[in-house]
Design a protein. Structure first.
Length: 211
């Protein structure tokens, strides 16, 4: 029987792994994974997701090689937000050069509004997470409970590498959904909108996000 959508052994949909590999060439690190999940993802290195969330976000994400990361979070908004913000920090610090993010919950688009500064694929249909079936020794599909966005953090420089990364992501993701990029949305702009809508600065919200 397939695991539920909130089980920790769920891997990203096959489409997401394909987009990540076609865009980045390979996956050097999956920072929220397990041995079972990596049967499907096939990252060069992964970090166990069974650890406490605070421990996971305090780890150094230092992938070898070309520093390409796939971050796939199939469960709660709280977990998605914490890991996404950690990835953004590693990306800005130069520890991660490019990354593909997949979230199993669409609410992450409001929980992490900074993702709108990057290319986002909004799928035409719900993408099914997968899990490793030990009996069949192959990946199997789990029924999706929500539609789920794919986000790409491209190489920041040089300009030609940035542009080619965007082109590869568009080519890989467009068959699955609409790829959007708001070129007018800078950090200050969305932060001002967030403050106007919620009455709080992003990052100062101490509410417990729902599972």
């Amino acid at each position: 029987m397939p695991p539920s959508a909130d089980r920790r052994d769920l891997a990203p949909p096959a489409a997401v792994i394909e987009v990540a590999r076609c865009t980045m060439g390979a996956i050097d690190l999956d920072p929220y994974s397990s041995a079972e999940v990596n049967h499907v993802v096939q990252a060069a290195r992964y970090l166990e997701r069974d650890a406490d969330l605070e421990v996971v976000t305090k780890r150094h994400w230092s992938p070898a090689g070309q520093k390409r990361v796939l971050l796939a979070v199939p469960n709660s908004i709280k977990t998605s937000r914490a890991l996404a913000n950690k990835l953004l920090q590693e990306y800005r610090n130069g520890h991660v050069l490019q990354a593909v993010l997949w979230f199993g919950r669409s609410e992450v688009l409001t929980a992490c509004p900074w993702v709108w500064d990057f290319p986002i694929c909004i799928p035409w249909r719900r993408l099914a997470p997968t899990f490793w079936d030990d009996e069949l020794e192959q990946s199997a599909r789990s029924n999706p409970t929500d539609w789920s966005p794919i986000v790409y953090l491209p190489p920041a420089s040089p300009a030609q590498v940035f542009t080619s990364g965007l082109a590869r992501f568009h080519a890989a993701a467009a068959p699955y959904g609409r790829v959007v990029l708001d070129q007018w949305s800078g950090e200050t702009r969305w932060r001002d909108c967030y403050r106007a809508a919620t009455g709080r600065d992003y990052g100062s919200d101490k509410r417990r996000e729902g599972d």
